[in-house]
Write a protein of this length. Structure first.
Length: 238
C-alpha cells in the first residue's frame, strides 16, 4: 500500500510541477506576446492551486491515519448544516444543470459534531456530485432519524461508467474517472470517511449501475439534552 501511495503521489505532484517549470521558463525567456504571458500566468495560478490542494489533502490524510486529530464537538442541527452546504454550491449546481431535491425531518435533527470537519464531509460529497454527476439530472438529498442514529443520503447519476466496486472508491487516490483527468486529489472520500468514523459514525457508498449514493450515519443527540443551540454560521473557509 505504501508503494502504491508513493507512486500515486509522485504522479500527481509531478504533473503540475512540470507545468510550473515549463511556464516559468517561458516567462524568464520573455518570449511571446503580452496576451500569451497573461495566459502563462493564469496556468501558473491554476497549477499552484492544484499543488496546494494536493499538499493539504496529503497532510490531512496523514493526520487521519495517525489519529492525531482533535475534535471540537458541539450540538449542531445537521439539517441546517446540510442546507447551508447545498446553498454554498447552488450557483455551481445551476451551471451544471443539476436539480436538487431535498427531503428532511419536520423537526431539527441534532448531533454532537465538530462543525468544521463535518462541513468538510458535506463539501467533499457535494463536490463529487458536481465533478462526476450527469448534467441535466436530479440530485436527491435525504435526512432521516433512525432510533438513536441520524442518516443523510445523497444520490445522483454518474456521468462516468463506474467499473469498480463500492469498496474500491474509498481507496486513496481512487477517482470516479479512471483517466485521472479531474482536478480532485483522490483523497477526499477517504478523508471524509475518517472524519465520520472519528465521530463514531459510518460512511458507505452504494453503486447501482450509474446511480451513486453516499450515506453518512451519526449518533443523534438526545432532544431532551439540547439547550440553547445557536444558529450556524458555516462557510467554505473552514
Amino acid at each position: 500500500m505504501k508503494s502504491e501511495l508513493i507512486a500515486n503521489v509522485s504522479h500527481d505532484l509531478k504533473t503540475p510541477v512540470t507545468s510550473l517549470v515549463s511556464y516559468i521558463d517561458l516567462l524568464k525567456r520573455e518570449e511571446g506576446t503580452e496576451e500569451e504571458k497573461v495566459g502563462y500566468i493564469q496556468v501558473l495560478e491554476r497549477k499552484t492551486q492544484r499543488l496546494c490542494l494536493l499538499v493539504e489533502d496529503l497532510f490531512e490524510a496523514a493526520k487521519m491515519a495517525s489519529g492525531d486529530v482533535e475534535l471540537h464537538l458541539k450540538q449542531i442541527d445537521i439539517g441546517e448544516l446540510l442546507r447551508q452546504a447545498v446553498a454554498e454550491y447552488s450557483d455551481s449546481f445551476e451551471q451544471a444543470e443539476l436539480q436538487i431535491r431535498m427531503r428532511e425531518e419536520s423537526e431539527p435533527v441534532y448531533a454532537m459534531v465538530d462543525g468544521s470537519r463535518m462541513w468538510r464531509v458535506m463539501e467533499n460529497v457535494l463536490g463529487n456530485v458536481l465533478k462526476y454527476g450527469l448534467p441535466q439530472s436530479r440530485v436527491y438529498i435525504e435526512l432521516v432519524e433512525q432510533g438513536n442514529q441520524l442518516e443523510f443520503k445523497i444520490k445522483n447519476v454518474s456521468a462516468y461508467e463506474m467499473e469498480f466496486s463500492s469498496d474500491e472508491i474509498f481507496e486513496r487516490f481512487k477517482r470516479g474517472d479512471r483517466s485521472r483527468s479531474t482536478e480532485g486529489s483522490g483523497l477526499g472520500l477517504s478523508i471524509a470517511r475518517s472524519i465520520v468514523e472519528l465521530h463514531e459514525g459510518s460512511m458507505r457508498i452504494q453503486v447501482d449501475g450509474d446511480v451513486f449514493q453516499v450515506s453518512v450515519c451519526l449518533p443523534r443527540a438526545d432532544r431532551n439534552m439540547i439547550k440553547n443551540t445557536t444558529p450556524l454560521a458555516m462557510s467554505s473557509s473552514f
